[in-house]
Design a protein around this ligand. Structure first.
Ligand code: DNO
Length: 350
């Protein structure tokens, strides 16, 4: 198969071993990061070297990084941005030196993904991540102390309030301007060292608590790609993130950006959108959620997609415990299903 199947691994703290990952049929690449360094600091080469050696020893390739986090001051355009950008570029160079070809990141203010519950039990006993509006509405982060699951607990509530206020002041226009500055500095470095930068869309792709969100829909993805017109400035097209807005036609978007060769990484997972816009993460199979995974893979195959693919969030099944969304079993089932779709689509084209 042309695409490169990959699996996210959280390094030495991950309860899932590289050996188990390597036993998933067709598994090629490891997606990981240096986790013990704060945003805005340089990653030790020793850590990257060790990661590469461990993956090599298990017959896997460490060639995707998710993520090099973007410091809030870069997104807000304040403080010593030039220094932070230099550090970011140095991290790209160091990753490239140890074989990394694709670096994922996001430009979401303050928080990465937002969910209201990480272990919602389905009738079959499996659990998954969900975002229910009736649990979200009425929460005001500027007034209430909010501890949504998965949010960075290293911030105090006062820090969160300060950041939210600062993002409110710069708004979407400010965020776009700071993203442009980031890209103009970082993409030439990525080009130089053969790395494709892959921006992860906002999850979910609409404003939460009034925070600006910009990587959300086709018009904004077009605008993003035009900021720096280079294959090094590409997308991590996450079907489940963009897919929780019904207005996003995921197979059409996949086809369009794959044709343009601007997808470096595919996160493939399914979500069920509820009537009120809430959503539940579901098994990968098309019939389990709102997304047609077959049409997504077909679009990739028809465009000759050769980039990275990973099964994204799995449910917790068969009694497994661990990091919500990142167990072994359901992601392995997802990988196998996705492999099957790719094989069928590719063979039907040849
Ligand atoms: C969620 C992930 C995201 C992603 C970042 C990329 O499980 O897809 O956390 O890694 O947004 O920077």
């Amino acid at each position: 198969m042309k695409m490169k199947m990959s699996f996210r691994w959280y390094g030495k703290d991950d309860p899932i071993s590289l050996e188990y990952i390597s036993q998933i049929p067709g598994m090629r690449s490891i997606v990981s990061a240096v986790y013990d360094v704060k945003p805005g600091e340089v990653w030790p080469e020793e850590s990257l070297k060790k990661m590469k050696e461990e993956c090599d020893a298990s017959g896997l390739v460490f060639d995707v990084v998710e993520s090099i986090p973007v410091h809030e001051d870069i997104k807000l355009g304040r403080g010593d941005v030039d220094h932070l950008l230099d550090v970011y570029c140095e991290n790209i160079r160091r990753c490239a030196k140890y074989g990394v070809k694709c670096v994922t990141y996001n430009f979401m203010p303050v928080f990465d993904w937002t969910r209201t519950q990480l272990d919602k039990k389905a009738p079959d006993g499996s659990t998954s991540l969900v975002m229910y509006w009736d649990q979200m509405r009425g929460l005001d982060p500027l007034k209430d102390d909010i501890h949504l699951p998965g949010w960075d607990s290293s911030y105090t509530q006062d820090e969160v309030r300060e950041l939210i206020t600062a993002y409110g002041e710069i708004g979407e226009d400010g965020l776009w301007a700071n993203l442009e500055k980031f890209l103009k500095k970082v993409i030439p470095v990525a080009e130089e060292c053969g790395v494709r930068m892959a921006i992860h869309p906002d999850d979910p792709p609409y404003p939460i608590f009034g925070l600006p969100r910009i990587i959300t829909c086709e018009a904004n993805l077009d605008r993003f790609l035009a900021l720096v017109d280079s294959p090094a400035n590409s997308l991590c097209l996450c079907t489940g993130s963009l897919g929780c807005a019904e207005s996003n036609d995921i197979p059409a978007m996949v086809r369009k950006y794959a044709q343009m060769d601007r997808i470096a990484f595919m996160h493939i997972r399914n979500v069920r959108i509820m009537e009120d816009g809430s959503f539940e993460e579901r098994a990968h199979l098309s019939s389990c959620g709102s997304l047609d995974i077959y049409q997504i893979v077909k679009a990739l195959c028809e465009c000759g997609y050769e980039g990275y693919v990973r099964p994204d969030h799995g449910r917790m099944i068969w009694g497994e415990t661990g990091k919500p969304g990142y167990g072994l079993f359901d992601r392995a089932l997802g990988a196998t299903y996705i492999n099957g779709l790719f094989e069928a689509c590719e063979k039907s084209l040849s």
